[in-house]
Design a protein around this ligand. Structure first.
Ligand SMILES: [Ca+2]
Length: 495
């Protein structure tokens, strides 16, 4: 089929089938007559008459870690980590087994998470470098964040921890939907004795960063316990450098001989050291998550508080012979090599766990594809808060899926990544349950196609094999369609 005709055919088919969503989603129905959401709607409807500004009394605590891969949690099947509280959250709530970010580095992923827009729509396509921040790059003021929407509906909102979405005054968290901010505006910080901003003044604080942030989170929860609150707690852990951490977090891994990915020519003892330190850093977050959960129990807030746990993207220590994320480096013979821009599963797949007592069935596991572009619509959906008038976000409300109701399931994940810090790459991705296509624009011979059912570790690139030409072409059509939908600047690129 002629490529232009094929694109036109698929585009028209999609438009006629689903006027708004194209074939990105499919409807799945649930027959149960007693649906928790129905009760929620009834109860919140009554309350909304009594207390107009507080459509729901449900609080939300959304925790985002930095660079945390799914292989660093016991709940995702690795026995090396020590994550009893993350695992507890999964036992008492939902674990999403196929949760993805839209971009495999910090700022574009976080911007998508907060706005429900894709990176090129936001104008943030790589982590924001200090020179870019100084030049005025940040989360555009015309895009609402979901905490800002909650704030307008009577929520007390707080951001504690990392921002990395602009450090000029218009982008400050307190002007982007947060009543309270304690943290840092840039991308990095030291694990111990960090520089943190409190009440507009940035200074060095004595102590371990994750502990300091959690101290503030506990105080915020206590202070706002009598009204709905939304607390976003953004840890810097387990971002590099992984160490130092408090002795108690490191000691439990001193004798661990960690399991490693298959990676030839890598320095095994170095990999093991990094992996032990990474697990220790994750453990420091887990310990603090335990403090939050205990605090909710002590204040009798657990039953009316959604606790969401996720990360801004995944991470590799030796996987594929690489270290770090979408902008990973090769490591061979203990030497750091050139970058390998990637959208491997290890970089784009994240932990996503959510607890909501009385609404979410405990111990539930969801294998459907979910994307962090869905977070904006999903938080509003769960809290029964309407979408801001005229705001066209790209995500899908997952509240039906979360509550076990009829819902619209996502058929693919769309990703974008334009690496431009210390390298150059223009990557676009379509990932279905079975296939992943990664197109590298403005270059030749870099494109990738993986069969994730037969090759989950993405070791065999099938892109140039003629027997996969048909599937490659249909995925390329889907990618072109999605790029068209979001007015992707790379659309029409001849390469
Ligand atoms: Ca990150």
């Amino acid at each position: 089929m002629d490529p232009k005709f094929r694109f036109s055919f698929f585009f028209q088919l999609a438009v006629f089938s689903f006027p708004r969503l194209t074939n990105e989603f499919r409807v799945l129905s649930v027959k149960s007559s007693l649906r928790p959401r129905a009760w929620c709607l009834l109860v919140s409807g009554i309350f909304s008459i009594i207390i107009p500004l507080q459509a729901s009394k449900t609080n939300i605590i959304a925790i985002v870690t930095d660079d945390q891969a799914t292989w660093s949690l016991g709940a995702y099947g690795n026995s090396d980590p020590m994550t009893p509280h993350m695992d507890r959250l999964a036992r008492e709530g939902i674990l999403f087994s196929r949760a993805f970010v839209c971009s495999p580095v910090c700022s574009p992923s976080r911007a998508t998470y907060l706005t429900g827009k894709y990176p090129t729509q936001i104008g943030i396509t790589d982590w924001i470098a200090p020179s870019e921040a100084a030049a005025g790059l940040g989360l555009p003021e015309h895009l609402p964040t979901w905490p800002e929407v909650l704030q307008k509906h009577g929520y007390s909102t707080g951001l504690i921890g990392k921002w990395h979405l602009g450090d000029q005054p218009p982008f400050h968290p307190k002007r982007r939907g947060f009543d309270h901010f304690f943290g840092f505006l840039g991308g990095g910080n030291t694990p111990m004795h960090p520089m943190l901003e409190r009440q507009g003044v940035t200074r060095r604080f004595e102590g371990y960063g994750a502990d300091l942030l959690t101290d503030d989170a506990l105080a915020f929860i206590e202070e706002h316990q009598r009204r709905p609150f939304a607390l976003l707690l953004h840890f810097r852990e387990p971002h590099a450098p992984y160490a130092p951490v408090p002795d108690s977090d490191a000691a439990v891994f001193e004798s661990l001989d960690p399991s490693l990915p298959e990676a030839s020519a890598m320095n095994t003892s170095q990999l093991k050291k990094w992996t032990r330190e990474y697990h220790a850093s994750v453990r420091s977050v887990d310990r603090n998550l335990g403090r939050i959960l205990l605090h909710l129990d002590q204040l009798n807030l657990a039953s009316e508080t959604i606790v969401l746990f996720t990360s801004d993207h995944g991470y590799m220590i030796g996987h594929h012979g690489l270290r770090h994320k979408g902008n990973a480096h090769w490591y061979a013979g203990g030497v750091r090599g050139p970058k390998r821009p990637n959208m491997f599963e290890y970089s784009i797949r994240v932990p996503w766990i959510m607890r909501w007592p009385g609404v979410i069935q405990p111990g539930k596991r969801i294998d459907e594809l979910v994307s962090q572009v869905d977070m904006f619509a999903s938080v509003l959906g769960m809290l029964q808060i309407p979408m801001p008038d005229g705001y066209e976000q790209e995500g899908h409300d997952l509240s039906g899926l979360v509550m076990g109701e009829s819902h619209v399931a996502r058929r693919f994940i769309f990703g974008q990544y334009d690496l431009h810090n210390n390298g150059l790459a223009y990557m676009r991705m379509i990932r279905t349950k079975k296939w992943k296509l990664v197109r590298h624009f403005k270059t030749h011979f870099m494109d990738e196609l993986y069969n994730l059912e037969e090759d989950p570790d993405e070791t065999r690139n099938l892109y140039r094999q003629s027997r996969f030409a048909t599937v490659r072409a249909s995925l390329a059509d889907l990618l072109a369609l999605k790029m068209q939908q979001v007015s992707d600047p790379l659309l029409g690129d001849v390469y």
